[in-house]
Design a protein around this ligand. Structure first.
Ligand SMILES: [Zn+2]
Length: 427
């Protein structure tokens, strides 16, 4: 099992990573410069495949098959398939036969749209560097993490050190729409004794993440010409009541969970509910007959999807009781395909301890350990028998002017280098 890395080896590795600073930064920039919005991941995956192949790693490069995925309870039906959307797994076979010493380092290559592009101060596909930050869509979510994990293994190989356990580097597709890329890896047999998902945790160690569920609510009114407005009932006005009820639900849930789970007590919002779309009306001069509200509701590990659904449905029902129109014309609630429960491993798990110790060796400070939002960690942990932690550089996910700090990129690379040595064993 894990052993600590002696101080001289720590120093040697950290110096080797420092010497690679330019190389690491440029590799991250190269990745950012290949647009890989979900559904269009192929070019970036080919780039990574070629790079990992040149390192002498064993490559598995394949397109996930819906017929295999759809039989699994964790499958999220996104309505799209995986033609020209390959996963990449690169395997470094360990020289030793140490039980319990294999490790997966996993990142998702897909990024969300950079729109509205005109609001960016930088080219979202440019990888520009300003004041110690690399800017671009995917810089933190999560090409920085992918660059770190690859460069960590490269550092060890360049130093000529031999690793005992197997190391698997995974670059997966389709995380942003629910995790089928990682599920395809698990179904293909890519599992290990421990895993790190390199999502942007700002170098916090996260052994837990929330669940998430998407809904669509249709609120109906009564359409009428503007000139006969009194004959209409505005669906938008009624939907605003529903919106307010959802905001109140979020407030109540924040108060209820505050202080209950130590990993989420410091979060400003441990159980966010986000209305992502609010679309009403059919014609500029008509009282709106329909308004659609879509959103995401997050919940802590331990809460079940069915419980969360009924809490939400009761909130809407209670709101409708207070309004004569809504009482007679209740909105519809549709639960969308994007849904998953939270996942966690104990904070006392050896993998958490090893990363904590590596973090301290690199930064001379204690790492913050806390919970994270939903990601593919659950697939590895719950369905791949691979207890996993989330740890990576960056934090400005999905934002305009997304960036990753070069310092965090370097720290992550160093921590992952020490983690590989410590978890997998080395000679
Ligand atoms: Zn991500």
């Amino acid at each position: 099992m894990a052993r600590s890395v002696p101080a001289d080896v720590v120093r040697k590795c950290c110096e080797a990573v420092d010497q690679k600073r330019k190389e690491i930064v440029n590799f991250c920039r190269d990745l950012i410069r290949i647009p890989s919005i979900t559904g269009h991941e192929k070019k970036a995956q080919e780039f990574l495949r070629d790079h990992l192949q040149a390192l002498g790693l064993e490559i598995d490069f394949w397109e996930p098959e819906i017929s295999l995925l759809e039989k699994h309870p964790a499958y999220v039906n996104t309505g799209s398939d995986y033609q020209d959307r390959p996963n990449v797994v690169a395997i470094h076979k360990g020289g030793g036969k140490k039980k319990g010493s294999s490790l997966i380092l996993s990142g998702h290559i897909d990024v969300v749209t950079p729109e509205p592009v005109e609001k960016w101060s930088f080219d979202p596909w440019g990888g520009e560097i300003v004041s110690g930050r690399i800017y671009g869509r995917g810089a933190s979510d999560q090409k920085g993490g992918i660059a770190s994990m690859i460069k960590a293994l490269e550092t060890i190989l360049d130093l000529g050190m031999e690793i005992d356990g197997d190391v698997l580097l995974e670059s997966v597709v389709d995380e942003e729409f629910g995790g089928n890329g990682t599920l395809a890896c698990v179904l293909r047999g890519h599992v290990a004794d421990g895993g790190v998902v390199t999502e942007p945790t700002a170098c916090k160690i996260c052994p837990s993440h929330r669940g998430s569920i998407h809904w669509r609510t249709k609120v109906y009114g009564q359409g009428a010409h503007c000139a006969a407005k009194q004959r209409g009932v505005s669906a938008v006005e009624k939907a605003m009541k529903i919106y307010d009820a959802i905001v109140d639900l979020e407030d109540a849930r924040i108060k209820a969970v505050r202080g209950k789970d130590p990993l989420y007590t410091k979060s400003i919002n441990p159980v966010p509910i986000c209305v992502g779309k609010f679309i009403g009306g059919e014609h500029t001069g008509t009282v709106p007959a329909c308004c659609v509200i879509e959103g995401n509701m997050e919940f802590l590990p331990g809460e079940k999807i069915e419980e969360v659904k009924s809490i939400f449905e009761k909130t809407i029902a209670d709101c409708c009781k207070k309004d004569q129109w809504l009482k007679r014309n209740p909105p519809t609630i549709e639960w969308l395909a994007f849904r998953f429960e939270g996942a966690e491993i104990p904070s006392s798990h050896p993998l958490v301890k090893v990363i904590q110790s590596a973090y301290k060796q690199v930064t001379s400070t204690e790492a913050v350990v806390e919970g994270f939002c939903g990601c593919d960690m659950r697939i590895l942990t719950l369905f791949g028998n691979t207890p996993s932690v989330i740890f990576g550089p960056g934090s400005a996910s999905h934002e305009i002017d997304e960036f990753v700090s070069i310092d965090e990129l370097m720290w992550t690379t160093k921590v992952l280098t020490l983690l590989i040595l410590s978890w997998c064993g080395f000679r």
